[in-house]
Ligand binder design. Sequence first.
Ligand SMILES: C[S@@+](CC[C@H](N)C(=O)[O-])C[C@H]1O[C@@H](n2cnc3c(N)ncnc32)[C@H](O)[C@@H]1O
Length: 270
Amino acid sequence: MASRHPPRVYRSLAEHYDKIFSPLRHPLDLARKRLLEPLLGNVKSACDLGCGTAATALELARRGIRTFAVDLSPAMCRVAREKVRHAALPVQVLCADMRSFRLPEPVDLVLCECDALNHLPARADLARVARAVAQALAPGGWFYFDVNNARGFERYWTGEFWIEREGLAVAMHNGYDPVRRRAWSNVDLFVREGRLWRRLQERVEEVCWTGAEIREALKAAGFTAIRCHDAAPFFRGYPDFDRGCRSIYLARKQLRNSPAPSSASRSTKK
Ligand SMILES: C[S@@+](CC[C@H](N)C(=O)[O-])C[C@H]1O[C@@H](n2cnc3c(N)ncnc32)[C@H](O)[C@@H]1O
């Protein structure tokens, strides 16, 4: 059964998220440009789901796309709103759960980047998100997202990671349970305040799916033309992100009155 529990969302990390995870922006931007560019000409409105600090929402708004940005974390929404205000771009930031969010109007594209989907509390929640996204999309609209796969969790969600940035040090104590297919990261964050360092803590948890489970959830929600791309070509120079670790999906909501999706929807191998 799908979980009704509120997911753990970013609190302490939100304010420092861009600084810590900025190296992931380049491959994510590259993938989006390569895989979505052919569609973007027809996209008038979009939603950045699990938007974090709204980096992608701002990028879309810069292109003249009417953009909504949705995140469950009030701290992330605060940072996102501040960036939107600073950029003076018309992005509407909504604090909502991706399992039940509603937009004021249907959009042509929903994106969910940087494994935001994996943050769901239970694997069964994917079906709820797929339905909510289908409801948010106009007929024929697109759903674009990336996910960490089991191989990725085995590679980069186990062991200790140490990240240093100006005025910031992060120790991530990661683990992955392959039986429950759940990963966790206990994060110690040290923020310099004058001559002292403040210690903050955060726990991030993720779940993972097989490609078949993802396709099943998408099809059940009315998506067709489901394509899956391995993310590795976009992560060249990131030794842990090799083939099979992370996948990028693009699926299309059925056009009104079109027949049910056939099992022969196009795919590339995960
Ligand atoms: C790893 S961050 C990715 C942020 C952004 N998409 C990016 O590309 O940088 C995951 C985001 O998903 C959000 N999130 C987690 N669970 C959520 C949920 N159930 N509904 C909406 N947002 C959620 C978190 O608060 C966090 O901002």
